[in-house]
Design a protein around this ligand. Structure first.
Ligand code: GLY
Length: 581
């Protein structure tokens, strides 16, 4: 295994040297915590760490670790707290994926608690009278709402892998307290509510929670109380997942979805079950990678892209040089073309996972990459691009003192999901079913074609890009990471892995580095601010269209290095916190 280092620290003593202002020794076999040359330094701790998009929720998780909870306990408590403090993406009414690493056995398990289409869902339900996709139906009506998976997922994770010292109710108590007694509105929350006001105030139940007099967004520093959500959380604390999927909460969710034009029933809710799946695994330059399998496309394509990139000297090319961006973009283009055609819910379709993630297939694809010219996307593979995916997912990472880890990404899809709240529950409802292809085989409003594999069907899970990921070195935990960002989740998470492994960056530097993204269609490399104009010109000379757009992703990552933890929350979005002890 080869690993370039800018610097290395492998133990607390070395970290303390650094804090004292003494340059650390170089140790060629170890990864860096950080060095005095770095512009960004991570949070460092020895025992446990939580990285999430919202500071209060991070602290809830750290307190659980300090009380003796394990990484799964802390992740569950963080997840419930985020449903209160980060309502745009943290949720009870959505779904997601949790990767769990158990240090004692060395096992890594993938828990799929993605939303499902109600049994009554039909292939053409998102089409208008003209037979074309109707965005209002797939995004803002009751038809858009998938059967939520979060509460069942957390309950399953607790039952199978909770630490055993804390009760289920202990993990929900902080969220109940935050919902009942209120949270201090942050600039981030106030800004998100202001931005979404037009949509959220359409539903009186949502407006009554998040807007003063149903109209005015809360300002930073004001207190937001969510008593209905507190009552729902209390039912879940007392009754387990049944407190959500049966009885009054389920009845209110089904009633709201039906009133908004959807077909979800209490039976859909009562029969929801999360699924344990085998993680997608691969290797990259001697490191082992584990990530989320279908119905996420994330793991398959992270491994596929890494396999292609292994053929190229990315480290020698240099971070964000024209050569490295060129080969990254070409590899991404080829993977996303495959995504559109082959990926969907594995319970409904056959997915050639082994082929897609095989080194031989990646080598064959890599051989089609020319260094001197971009491959037009039309020449890669005519096929089926994925539907629109939004930014407003959220990721958190947890590592405990025993080396157990959780990488969790969950979502309501859009910011605040469909914008609908089940009356009297405080539960915002997702619009995850917009991740299905509304009309397979026919170009949508963007000129894109939806994949047959991801067609709407009753009880099916829509295809996702969420990519909770872990990297191991010689079987030992090395990196826990993941991100929101819709279709950019895969490439954002990928670049954290590349920046750490290829470019020897500490996790904070790896997080802050400018990102690029290519998703086959549109045929462009989307870049963040910060690339040099010379690099852009070199890429354009090879035939790439370069589009500078908004920042991408918001990673929450933790590295484990020589017994120390080094973590970083993405600086791209306000309010995030990594904290350890
Ligand atoms: N809704 C975003 C995703 O699942 O990828």
């Amino acid at each position: 295994m080869e690993l370039r280092l800018k610097s290395a620290l492998t133990a607390l003593s070395a970290a303390l040297l650094l804090f004292a202002g003494v340059a650390p020794p170089l140790a060629a076999e170890d990864a860096p915590i950080y060095s005095l040359k770095d512009r960004f330094s991570p949070v460092v701790a020895q025992n446990g760490m939580v990285a999430s998009q919202e500071a209060v929720a991070t602290r809830v998780g750290v307190e659980i670790l300090k009380k003796g909870g394990n990484a799964v306990d802390a992740a569950i408590a963080t997840g419930f707290a985020l449903a209160v403090t980060l309502p745009r993406a943290g949720n009870l009414g959505g779904g997601g994926f949790m990767l769990i690493h158990l240090n004692e056995t060395g096992e890594t398990r993938a828990l799929d608690y993605r939303e499902k289409a109600p049994a009554a869902a039909e292939r053409d339900m998102f089409l208008g009278p003209d037979g074309e996709p109707d965005k209002d139906k797939s995004r803002f009506s009751g038809l858009a709402v998938g059967v939520p998976g979060t509460v069942a997922g957390f309950a399953e994770a607790y039952e199978k892998h909770g630490g055993g010292t804390l009760t289920w109710a202990d993990l929900i108590a902080p969220a109940i307290d935050l919902a009942e007694n209120g949270i201090t509105v942050t600039p981030g929350l106030s800004g998100a509510l202001t931005a979404a006001a037009g949509r959220l105030t359409r539903d009186p139940a949502t407006a009554a929670i998040f807007y003063k007099h149903g109209l005015i967004p809360y300002l930073p520093g004001e207190i937001l109380r969510q008593p209905d959500l507190a009552a729902t959380l209390r039912l879940i604390a007392e009754q387990g997942a049944d407190g959500f999927y049966k009885g009054v909460t389920a009845e209110k969710i089904a009633a709201k979805v039906q009133a908004a034009g959807g077909g979800m029933t209490v039976d859909d809710l009562a029969s929801y079950e999360p699924v344990w799946r085998a993680p997608i695994t691969g290797t990259y330059r001697g490191f082992e990678v584990a990530s989320m399998p279908p119905p996420s496309s994330g793991g398959v394509h992270i491994v596929q892209i890494l396999n292609m990139l292994e053929s190229f000297p990315i480290r020698e090319f240099g971070l964000n040089s024209a050569d490295s961006i060129h080969v990254m973009a070409e590899a991404m283009r080829r993977a996303y073309a495959d995504r559109s055609k082959f990926l969907g819910d594995p319970d409904f379709i056959d997915i050639p996972v082994q082929g897609l993630t095989s080194a031989a297939y990646a080598r064959a694809l890599a051989e089609t990459i020319r260094m001197d010219a971009a491959t037009p996307s039309d020449d890669v593979r005519p096929g089926d691009p994925f539907p629109y995916e939004s930014n407003e997912t959220t990721h958190f990472s947890v590592v405990d003192k025993d080396g157990n880890a959780v990488s969790n990404t969950y979502t309501l899809n859009f910011s605040y999901g469909a914008g609908l709240t089940a009356d009297g529950t405080g539960v915002l409802l997702n619009n995850e079913l917009d991740d299905f292809s509304a009309k397979p085989g026919v170009p949508n409003a963007y000129g894109l074609i939806g994949g047959e594999a991801n067609a709407v069907e009753g009880n099916k899970r829509p295809l996702s890009s969420m990519s909770p990921t872990m990297v191991f070195r010689d079987g030992s935990l090395f990196l826990v990471t993941g991100s929101p960002g819709g279709s950019r989740i895969i490439t954002t998470t990928l670049q954290i892995v590349l920046n750490v492994i290829d470019h020897g960056m500490n996790i904070a530097e790896a997080t802050a580095a400018p990102r690029i993204h290519n998703q086959w269609l549109p045929d462009e490399i989307r870049v963040e601010e910060g690339l040099s104009p010379d690099t852009v010109r070199l890429l354009e000379a090879r035939g790439h269209k370069i589009e500078e757009k908004n920042a991408m992703g918001s990673t929450q990552s933790i590295m484990k290095i020589g017994g120390m933890l080094a973590g970083a929350s993405d600086p791209r979005r306000t309010g995030a916190l990594t904290e350890g002890y």
